[in-house]
Design a protein around this ligand. Sequence first.
Ligand code: ZN
Ligand code: ZN
Length: 423
Amino acid sequence: MSLDLVTQCHECGLLQRNPPIPPGGGVRCPRCGCTLHRSRPDSLNRTLALTVAGIVLFVVANAFPFLTLQMQGGATETTLASGVLALYDQGEWQLAIVVLFTSILAPGLQLGLLLAVLLPLRLGLATPGLGVLFRYVKTLTPWGMMDVFLLGILVSVVKLADIAGILPGVSLFAFVLLIFVLAAAQAALDPDIVWSRVSLPASARRVPGRGDEVLACHVCELTLCADAAPRSHGHAHCPRCGEVLHWRKPRSIERTWALIAAAAICLVPANLLPIMRVTSLGQIQSDTILSGVIYLFHHGMWPLAVIVFVASVFVPMMKLTLLVYLNVSVQRGSRWRPRERTRLYRITEAVGRWSMVDIYVVAILVTMVQLGNLATIEAGPGAVFFAAAVVLTMFAAMAFDPRLIWDRLTWGNEERHHDSIRR
Ligand SMILES: [Zn+2]
Ligand SMILES: [Zn+2]
């Protein structure tokens, strides 16, 4: 595998030379500690095999019902798509779009694109637009939430176990396997192998010298002299993957503030209004996020209650608080513990998706409990606000540029050799 000659760390902005990586080893940024490159043995074959297995499981998971609800002699079957349709039929098209995109489209597209990238590479064929295709694999990654959906299934089963018999369908097993296969494919994938196969003009390979303005692509991590980047519509573009290049994310602080404010506003109705309305034998019962947690707790499911509380209440609040703190610290030019602040940012980026679990619970319950006069479940107005808050906090974390934490600091020689790590 050949690495680029230099890399600018995407988290702290340090420009550094890339050393050769021993097989199974990795390169860590000496300043902020984030992993820049990691060699993964036999990456191409393993990722390709896992991708093909993933596609088969994905088709099975979507083609068959994953749960069957039995009650009063009748049975309701639930497929992945039926939750989306049930939300759409109730007029909750915003929720339907969020669930469709995160539980079906994003993972499906990601698997398809991975196959389109890896198969020709394995066969030694040239793929037109290889860099652009692989860029979409990377940008879709945070939006595929099948693992969160599985947690949603678990919570729904617990909630329904009281009122009806639940039978797991064949697709549930495919679903569980798929989550492990997707995680294994992510772990086996070495993006540097794909990026090294995209041909680049010689100018983009020139090592930036002292005084050169440097641009780094945050998708493929190509680091190049600013004048070597092709320009169109007033923007510099990455010659490898096509992403728009910036010295720092444009107006990062302002955009992060705006998204934090929007998410915080949405969180108020999200927690106060019901996310679900249960009509059973003429009686209407409304469930908020917190009352759902209390329900699980009262039914002896306290581990699940704790998980849902952490994912739905604690994580969104913590994420917003951390982003407010990071934004204020950057605005005030703080020099305090930049490494720890960068780590906080990393946590903020990673945990946000788990908040989506309650939205999936609503989608699953809405489709399963349609028993005419006996019982129906509808999505409540709080659910839309909650989904909006989760998506907005994810965008807020993406808008923040962690390199701003380091910009006020001087750290000796800007170009350094890496320390290598061995696993
Ligand atoms: Zn760094
Ligand atoms: Zn790029």
